[in-house]
Design a protein around this ligand. Structure first.
Ligand code: GLY
Ligand code: MN
Ligand code: MN
Length: 480
């Protein structure tokens, strides 16, 4: 395990004298940790690895955590491990070491699993104070191999041994594109696509640990939405009020979790009509609506994905309420379809039916709703724009690589976690709309888990009904 370090040194780092190097390597206390215990996820991650192992008997599988992604020049984004790696190892986001690689080494009908890791740099080499990437005095402490083995329940090897250990071995299937160094070590394999597919499909049904993490993500997100309501008076005073909103939520995400699960959409006024408005550089004005689509990603990397559309001053106008109520009714109709065995597309269809009928009643839809609801027609979609939900988990759009028959064309099963998020987006320049409705965008997005007898609304603590929203906002704004 004692490898000569290849140092990652920056262009402006000054040389270090031999005297300084010697001096730096002496006089340190022993800080080996003796209190490390297996993480609570360990009883759940081992069966996940076994399921994957059973699908690929005889093949070596390589799942990199990934590496840094450049933000600009020689500075990187904060590291976030690959979702399948996180699912298989349970390593929390803040602890994950860039460049780690998970290897399933075939043995008999199963696999031995190894975590190839850059462990804590000892004080016997200059790495700990010179290496920008792994040096303890640059980025903090990595676990030692022993600590990692105990905490994660996986055998650990040094990352520097990976190339030698897998050199010349065939039948290796890689999750490609996450770590360019590992990509270079392994040739293409015809089952690469299948590995990704399986890593998505195995994640469709959440285990009890995952459901607990989802609940934590939702709880933190609810606190974040409360913070945002309290920040509204400040947001109204700023030229970039949407940034105040984004910042308020981000503070909660970083305080209570690992990060936001995706870039926050803080869309005020007509910006709410843009599905993924992430520029967030607009004003937040009295009388407008704020569409906030945001989710806290907890340390285990599970994220919630929630949208509320809130009246900035705490009270919906009649026009806003009329549109909000239609989206609310669409969401109620969608939720009512959710149960094991229902088709994944059913909840989307149910919400679209309510919205198409509403648009017909308001004289906006130029054809009868029934005709519009024919998938070959779909004119109402001018105002709904996107589908009504998706799987949710470690990725905000979870299990995206699952085959259609398992997901989009499949049926709901107990343990599926998904969003239900109907919306109406009435563009400010849409001449087919009455003037008083233009520039209003509403989305209501909730997270649910499918249960034996229907579903559990994970986001139940965040009000949805317009009356409840007004009461909730009044309470928060009074007790600021
Ligand atoms: N926040 C992205 C989505 O709702 O799917
Ligand atoms: Mn969503
Ligand atoms: Mn969302």
């Amino acid at each position: 395990m004692n490898q000569p370090p290849k140092l990652n040194i920056g262009s402006h780092d000054l040389p270090v004298s031999a005297k300084l190097a010697d001096f730096m390597m002496t006089g340190w206390a022993d800080t080996e940790r003796t209190d490390v215990r297996p993480l609570p996820c360990v009883p759940f991650t081992a069966p996940r690895r076994e399921k994957l192992s059973a699908l690929f008997a005889g093949h070596r599988l390589i799942i990199p955590a990934g590496t840094f992604k450049v933000r600009a020049n020689d500075t990187d984004y904060r590291f976030r491990p690959h979702s399948a790696f996180a699912w298989l190892t349970g390593i929390p986001g803040s602890e994950a070491v860039p460049d780690t690689v998970l290897v399933f080494e075939p043995r008999g009908n199963g696999h031995d699993v190894y975590l190839y890791l850059h462990p804590r740099s000892s004080r016997e080499s200059v790495e700990f104070f010179r290496d920008r990437r792994h040096g303890e005095l640059w980025v903090g402490r990595n676990p030692t191999a022993k600590e990692a083995e105990v905490a994660y329940g996986i055998k650990v090897r040094h990352i520097n041994d990976l190339a030698t250990d897998i050199a010349g071995k065939s039948d290796t299937i890689l999750v490609r594109g996450e770590d360019v160094k590992v990509d270079g070590l392994i040739g293409a394999h015809e089952r690469e696509g299948e590995l990704l597919q399986m890593l998505a499909e195995l994640r469709l049904i959440k285990d009890d640990f995952e459901l607990e993490e989802m609940r934590k993500a939702v709880e933190a997100t609810v606190r974040g939405f409360e913070d945002v309501v309290r920040a509204l008076p400040d947001a109204m005073k700023s030229e970039r009020g949407e940034r105040i909103i984004e910042g308020a939520f981000y503070t909660r995400a970083r305080t209570d979790g690992n990060d936001v699960g995706y870039d926050t959409i803080a869309a005020s006024g007509a910006h709410a009509c843009i599905l993924h408005w992430m520029r967030n550089d607009g004003e937040v004005n009295d009388g407008d609506l704020l569409l906030l689509d945001a989710g806290v990603e907890v340390e285990s990397l599970y994220t919630s994905d929630v949208t509320r559309t809130l009246p900035v001053n705490g009270k919906f106008t009649d026009a806003q309420r009329k549109i909000y109520q239609l989206v609310y009714d669409a969401q109620e109709a969608a939720l009512a379809t959710i149960k094991p065995g229902a088709k994944f597309r059913d909840f989307h269809r149910a919400s679209q039916r309510v919205i198409a009928k509403g648009l017909e009643e308001w004289g906006i839809l130029p054809i009868p709703a029934e005709e519009s609801l024919d998938p070959e027609v779909g004119l109402h979609r001018r105002w709904t724009l996107c589908s009504t939900g998706h799987m949710l988990g470690i990725d905000v759009h979870d299990c995206a690589k699952a085959r259609a028959d398992q997901y989009l064309d499949g049926v709901l099963e107990v343990g599926h976690v998904l969003t239900v998020e109907p919306g109406l987006y009435l563009q400010p320049d849409d001449l087919l709309l009455p003037e008083e409705l233009r520039g209003i965008g509403i989305r209501i997005e909730d997270d649910i888990v499918v249960t034996e007898d229907g579903y559990e609304l994970l986001t139940k603590d965040l009000p949805r009904h317009p009356d409840e929203i007004e009461k909730w906002m009044a309470r928060l704004l009074e007790n600021r």
